[in-house]
Design a protein around this ligand. Structure first.
Ligand code: SAH
Ligand code: AVI
Length: 323
């Protein structure tokens, strides 16, 4: 995944050499067609995600933000002065402001995101709100090696990975990503990570299939992106959004379901769809606190603290590099 950094294409002629071309061709060639969820986040997708975070049905954002407000003093007490705060998948960096308010003595804030528009907007806003804070944005894949400017390389590092973006990875990939973060954050490193909790399907499904259709638009936007950037000919009206709960795997799945039999042309290939056949676009794993702790420990972290809300909807964990 480390080549996904710059996916904006000059023209459709460049499409075949795009870093995402092979990933998309591979995904659509599988018996269960799939697309990786990082493709959601072009400029339009990042805006739609922000809209999702404000939906009444989408409990994770407001719940995690409220937990962070409560936890911020304790998080600050365990963050050494002069540390670098590294955020993985920072998006709009809205929740970051809660931590930054409590952490006036950081050496720098280093957000990493694949969305150029989200990263640029957030960096500009934070620059205005925290004029003395050094902001070092990185456009790219958070699973690539972490590179900080030489002057900061010996500073202690605290990672921040909110939003339950870890849930968008299957457990084995999530463990690999957490191991990668442990390495990148170095000796004495800490990680503040948001993890959505398993709950009743009657709450989960509306969170991923809201009444106003914003999540549907977010899911379908991936096809618009493939049309624009890879010259595909998806008719967006010919697919519908579906959120499914996979109880055996403990995850919500998002699919785009073909409304009828059709063929899609993309980069010189034809992809046939039966009526009802889907493209699997996202997994969102939901954990118990014990399950997530086990995963984090497998990846070399020790769990120091966990905070939840009263309804046990969401959790925020403070992990330290294992001894
Ligand atoms: N942290 C924010 C945004 C979560 S949305 C919040 O909690 O609300 C997930 C974010 O991760 C998006 O901004 C998306 O662009 C980014 N993202 C997804 N996969 C990524 C990857 N592999 N590398 C870097 N950023 C990624
Ligand atoms: C970013 N990620 C954790 C979100 C989630 O809940 O899995 C993305 C999302 N997909 C649909 N709604 C929100």
């Amino acid at each position: 995944m480390s080549q996904i950094a710059e996916q904006k294409l000059g023209s459709v002629q460049d499409a075949a050499t795009s870093p995402i071309a092979q990933i998309v061709l591979d995904g659509l060639s599988r018996p269960q067609k799939t697309l990786p969820s990082f493709l959601f986040y072009d400029a339009r997708g990042s805006d739609l995600f922000e809209e999702i975070t404000r939906l009444p049905e989408y409990y994770p954002t407001r719940t995690e933000a409220a937990i962070l407000v409560e936890a911020a003093p304790q998080i600050a007490a365990h963050t050494p002065p002069g540390a670098v705060l590294v955020e993985y998948g920072s998006g709009s960096s809205r929740k970051t402001e809660i931590l930054l308010d409590a952490l006036p003595n950081l050496a720098a804030y280093a957000p990493i995101d694949v969305s150029q528009s989200a990263l640029a907007e957030a960096s500009a806003r934070l620059g205005r709100r925290f004029p003395t804070l050094r902001v070092i944005p990185t456009l790219g894949d958070f699973s690539a090696p972490l590179i900080l400017p030489a002057g900061l390389s010996r500073r202690p590092r605290t990672g921040f990975f909110p939003g339950s973006t870890i849930g968008n990875f299957a457990p084995a990939e999530a463990a690999a990503l957490l191991t990668h973060m442990a390495q990148g954050l170095g000796h004495g490193g800490k990680l503040i990570i948001g993890v959505d909790l398993l709950k009743d399907v009657s709450v989960l499904i509306p969170a991923y299939d809201d009444a106003s259709g914003v999540t549907a638009a977010f899911n379908l936007n991936i096809l618009a992106r493939l049309n624009r950037e890879l010259g595909a000919d998806f008719d967006l009206q010919s697919f519908r959004h579906e959120a499914r709960f996979n109880a055996a795997e403990g995850r919500i799945e998002m699919h785009l379901v073909s409304r009828h039999r059709q063929k899609i042309a993309l980069l010189g290939c034809l992809f046939p769809f039966e009526a009802g056949e889907s493209i699997h676009t996202e997994n969102s794993y939901k954990y118990s606190i014990a399950q997530f702790k086990a995963l984090a420990e497998l990846a070399g972290w020790s769990c120091q603290r966990v905070w939840t809300d009263e309804g046990d909807l969401f959790s925020v964990h403070e992990l330290h590099r294992g001894v």
